[in-house]
Design a protein around this ligand. Structure first.
Ligand SMILES: NC(=O)c1ccc[n+]([C@@H]2O[C@H](COP(=O)([O-])OP(=O)(O)OC[C@H]3O[C@@H](n4cnc5c(N)ncnc54)[C@H](O)[C@@H]3O)[C@@H](O)[C@H]2O)c1
Length: 437
């Protein structure tokens, strides 16, 4: 059993902390957001994530998991200290903003006493960050005994707990044997079950994380471009995706066309990789194009929606189904809906939104919209419906539901949730497939 401190109790820190506690380690989660810690002490989760509440409650009950705002306590009571704070893109340069990571490194340094500590970068950080963190700690505490390792996180929002406990791979970047051994002990409950742990150096671990997210982003944009082509060529993207996905070298995941990628990771991580590549004078043209095409995608979607209403959205009421960046999360960060709805609003449309988790953060992003409590309420009396997020409950809707509730049964589905056959009887626009009328 290791004694762990998680600095940053957000998506990654809270899920990792609760899961490590579930695996039998002693975990203290530190956050400088006092309200977040007070809420966690009361059992109130800061995010919506399946099974998280239960696993947190279990850890608190058996004494393996606790929360604090005190970095001194976190550092004192642990031998492995994870940094899990945000690394958002800098608004001016597009580079990852490492100020939160560096501030935490300084604070950790100031609290290290005599014991040896392993400091783990779990935040997604560019190559060279382990070295920067190492010098910050040395500068602020020359006597500190420590090593810095990198251990990027691959969990998917919506499946975070399940992903952490059943990882497809664990990547540990360590430059010395002592810290590596502690990391191997930490993950032993998972490696004993046969989950794969890849040992590498700190820089390579950073590259694996950025390369994974950038590859997936590229795959999404590939199918989106192909979908546009299918629309013009009169072929069916769903069958094309199935046809190519059955090839195990390609795989069927991430082959669903949509409004472009969003969320707190892909946009900033593709940008970070692109910038790192330029810095070492080895530009990644595929990633540059992926980023540009994704930025353009939202406007393309607005064009498609507008065309479905004869390019006259003024005064039209649209039911918006889904605003989170993907299903099973309440995360709105960089959601494609933000750009799309802002344009629809500018074009004069009235927006009625329903999203199973969107009411929490949605009103901050769309103060001009009306929020509904059900799909039916959103659809009732609207001139058409726009599907932006692939929530399961939207998949259950039928052509009759749209026909019975909408004033004019026009649906623009940006997630291809239905078969063309099932939408006969309404005007149904989807991506990369023929329009049904
Ligand atoms: N969200 C994901 O799905 C995901 C997946 C893999 C990797 N990552 C990476 O993990 C990192 C964290 O992402 P996240 O989504 O968990 O972020 P988040 O914004 O949800 O959480 C960050 C937390 O850090 C806290 N914090 C900031 N400064 C602090 C300080 N000085 N002391 C203590 N706490 C502090 C914040 O209050 C917040 O609770 C990022 O680098 C991200 O790219 C995220």
């Amino acid at each position: 059993m290791e004694k762990i401190c998680m600095v940053g109790t957000g998506y990654v820190g809270l899920v990792s902390g609760a899961c490590f506690a579930h695996l039998g380690h002693k975990v203290i989660c530190v956050d400088n957001n006092k309200t977040r810690i007070e809420n966690l002490d009361k059992g109130i989760m800061p995010i919506y994530e399946k099974d998280l509440k239960e696993i947190v409650a279990e850890g608190v009950k058996n004494g393996n998991l606790s929360f604090t705002t005190s970095m001194a306590r976190g550092v004192e009571e642990s031998n492995v200290i994870f940094i899990t704070v945000g690394t958002p893109a800098d608004k001016k340069t597009g580079d990852p903003d490492l100020s939160f990571v560096f501030a935490v490194a300084k604070e950790i340094a100031e609290n290290i006493k005599q014991d040896y500590k392993v400091i783990v970068l779990k935040s997604t950080v560019p190559i060279g960050t382990a070295e920067s963190v190492e010098s910050i700690i040395k500068r602020n505490n020359p006597k500190a005994k420590f090593a810095v390792v990198t251990n990027p996180e691959f969990l998917k929002e919506g499946f975070a707990v399940a992903d952490f406990l059943n990882p497809e791979r664990i990547v540990v970047g360590a430059n010395d044997e002592k810290s590596l051994k502690i990391m191997l002990d930490l993950y032993k409950p998972l490696t004993d079950k046969g989950f794969h742990l890849l040992k590498t150096d700190t820089t390579t671990a950073n590259m694996i994380k950025y390369a994974s997210n950038s590859f997936l982003a590229m795959k999404i944009m590939f199918i989106n471009e192909l979908s546009d082509m299918c629309e013009k060529a009169g072929s069916n993207i769903s069958d094309v995706a199935k046809g190519i996905g059955l090839d195990s070298r390609i795989g069927y995941k991430f082959l669903n066309p949509g409004p472009g990628y969003g969320g707190s990771c892909f946009p900033k991580d593709t940008m970070a990789l692109e910038r790192m590549a330029k810095k070492v004078d080895s530009p990644l043209k595929l990633i540059e194009t992926t980023i540009a095409q994704n930025n353009a995608r939202r406007f393309k979607m607005v064009g498609k929606i507008s065309a479905a209403f004869d390019d006259n959205l003024r005064g039209k009421t649209l039911a918006i189904l889904g605003i989170t960046f993907k299903a099973e999360t309440d995360d709105m960060r960089d959601s494609p809906s933000i750009g799309i709805l802002s344009e629809l609003n500018l074009a004069g449309a009235n927006l009625k939104i329903y999203d199973p988790q969107g009411k929490k953060h949605g009103p901050e992003f769309f103060p001009y919209a009306t929020f509904c409590d059900s799909t039916k309420e959103a659809l009732k009396g609207a001139d058409g419906a726009i599907i932006i997020t692939e929530w399961n409950e939207f998949k259950q809707l039928t052509a009759k539901d749209f026909k019975d509730n909408l004033k004019t049964p026009v649906v623009v589905d940006l997630r291809n949730l239905y078969t063309l056959e099932s939408m006969k009887g309404i005007t149904y626009h989807s991506l990369g497939r023929k329009t049904v009328k």
